[in-house]
Design a protein. Sequence first.
Length: 326
Amino acid sequence: MNKATAVANPNIAFVKYWGKADEALNLPANPSLSMNLAGLTTVTTVAFRAGQTSDMVTIDGQSAAGEARERVVAHLDRVRALAGIGERAWVASRSDFPAGTGLASSSSAFAALSLAASRAAGLALDEPALSRLARLASGSACRSVPAGFSLWQGDTDRDSYARQVASPSHWALYDVVAVVSREHKAVGSHAGHALASTSPLHRARLDAVPGLLPAVRAAIEDRDLAALGGAAERDALAMHSVMMTSQPSLLYWLPPTLAVMQALRAWRQEGLAAYFTLDAGPNVHCLCEARDAGVLSERIWNLPGVLDVLVSGPGEGVRLVEYHLF
Ligand code: PMV
């Protein structure tokens, strides 16, 4: 039995991926740039086993069913095709944070699955190949493959993958997540991407990306939080404007989502440098320097409607570990 276990961190994008140029290949409508989140992890063990008749998938201790299972099986099929094997697999995966709430759980889940499954199948993929494989399952997962800060660009299947732009040690940028809901969102990003082009604002957002991307890259290089945070807020609001004006409309915000965003802007006036971004969900990612993470967490904890606070610095890339989940 060939067994492998991988650990991955989810990532938060400062320039978002929203909308696809190619649905089947998961080619994005625009390049995106993100940071891995060291404080949140997914661990996944995969074993291919002769004689097993179907794939067995457990996620957070529960047997997976429906769309969640189908996405894992489809990804195992990609790995089997690459490795030229037919065996069915046993997959167990655990994340230490809630899934489907705008914490990018699919990014760490499919990065970890790509490495664990490819290794268990006897493949030794290099970083670009692994990032490309992860992209096919969930676009944002390709950015959890390199360590630290990564840029996902490229227009074809072959060159669409994430490359590191800065290592985790380059900048102790922190993401303090205000968790305001643990409910699984009604419309996931998979269905959401397909709606992007129904919004009259989609084109306007895409037109802004070529200006935004070099500004965010330079802000990371210069460790300039005001420049990074300002651009991240603008793009998160642009993406949510696209979501809200799609047909049907997607409205992910809850009252505490807005309360956290407004509190952050008020604290900024008082001198606490913190900026927000959001994924496809109501939870608010608050970006700050390492030295402010403690005071920011405490303030966020004290806001009404906040259920949990998750603190992360820049995370490593996807990696193999020696222990297994079964
Ligand atoms: O990778 P997907 O298909 O779950 O899409 C992720 C989309 C956002 O999280 C909303 C934005 C991003 O770039 O991570």
